[in-house]
Design a protein around this ligand. Structure first.
Ligand SMILES: CC(C)(COP(=O)(O)OP(=O)(O)OC[C@H]1O[C@@H](n2cnc3c(N)ncnc32)[C@H](O)[C@@H]1OP(=O)(O)O)[C@@H](O)C(=O)NCCC(=O)NCCS
Length: 246
């Protein structure tokens, strides 16, 4: 349950969850909001039918945010490409009156969690012009990437067909467009875990070395200690002799 301030005096509650068949009736409203937002932004987005969104809900591949009356306030779904090699959390939308309160972040985080659980070896990708989405993706560990790292199949790029900038994408042979490509590679996590394990092992080895150091066996240190003591002893002897003479 999230808590957010939607006006000066009003605190509203909302929930973010995996959508189920209970939410099928909200697909039309989500679709309509997606279209409205696309018009307002003037970019155009991949057009999704309400049937498509319902299928995502039935498959357990959609995340929905609801207000305390059970109305949709945010949505996003999981798509896979190249037999699960790539996963995208697409169709992110938050109702205008609920924007800038962290709803998109909460929805994307839940979608990311779902994607990591269901497709632990998949690269999670996204293309966007939205600064808000870039910020959220960066927080989740995505990094900017070139389009060459994204899926090569047409099915993925067909999603861009209804965008007003599609001609830029085709003119550049899918190498560049106005969107920024972002990617999360699970290998980074594995390598990070491996590096951390190695570093902690080295640290432990150092500690053990320190504990097990036997200075009696360290001839050089012993010799140095001996020579210091000899010098001190000699100095004391000289001082004593001087006192006797006086
Ligand atoms: C983009 C969108 C989903 C953001 O939803 P939101 O609930 O307002 O986003 P959040 O409140 O979770 O904000 C996430 C971060 O983005 C920032 N942000 C939100 N809207 C922003 C904007 N218009 N410009 C710049 N930054 C913005 C927030 O400040 C926050 O950053 P922080 O973590 O540093 O504080 C929403 O504006 C929307 O539905 N837009 C229309 C559809 C769309 O563009 N979808 C994305 C397609 S890729």
């Amino acid at each position: 349950m999230g808590k957010t301030l939607i006006s000066e005096n009003l605190i509203e509650n909302y929930t973010v969850q995996i959508a189920t068949t209970e939410h099928l009736h909200l697909a039309e409203a989500i679709c309509a909001e997606m279209e409205e937002s696309a018009k307002a932004r003037g970019t155009g987005i991949a057009k999704r039918s309400s049937e498509y969104l319902r299928a995502k809900m039935e498959e357990g591949k959609a995340i929905i945010a609801l207000d305390n009356e059970g109305q949709f306030i945010g949505f996003c779904y999981v798509e896979t490409w190249e037999h699960g090699k790539f996963v995208a959390n697409s169709g992110l939308i938050v109702k205008p009156e609920w924007r800038k309160y962290g709803i998109a972040k909460a929805v994307k985080m839940r979608a990311f969690e779902l994607s990591r659980t269901n497709y632990p070896d998949a690269k999670i990708i996204g293309i966007t012009t939205s600064l808000a989405v870039m910020k959220i993706n960066s927080e989740l560990g995505y990094e900017p990437t070139t389009f060459s790292e994204l899926p090569v199949n047409d099915a993925f790029w067909n999603g861009c067909k209804s965008c007003v900038n599609y001609d830029v994408l085709t003119r550049t042979d899918r190498k560049h467009c106005l969107c920024t490509g972002m990617i999360f590679d699970p290998e980074w996590e594995k390598n990070k875990a491996k590096r951390e394990a190695e570093a902690s092992l080295k640290e432990k080895e150092k500690e053990t070395e320190h504990i097990e150091w036997n200075f009696l066996k360290d001839v050089k240190v012993l010799e140095r200690l001996k020579s210091i003591k000899e010098k001190m002893f000699l100095k004391m002897q000289v001082r004593k002799a001087k006192r006797v003479v006086v």
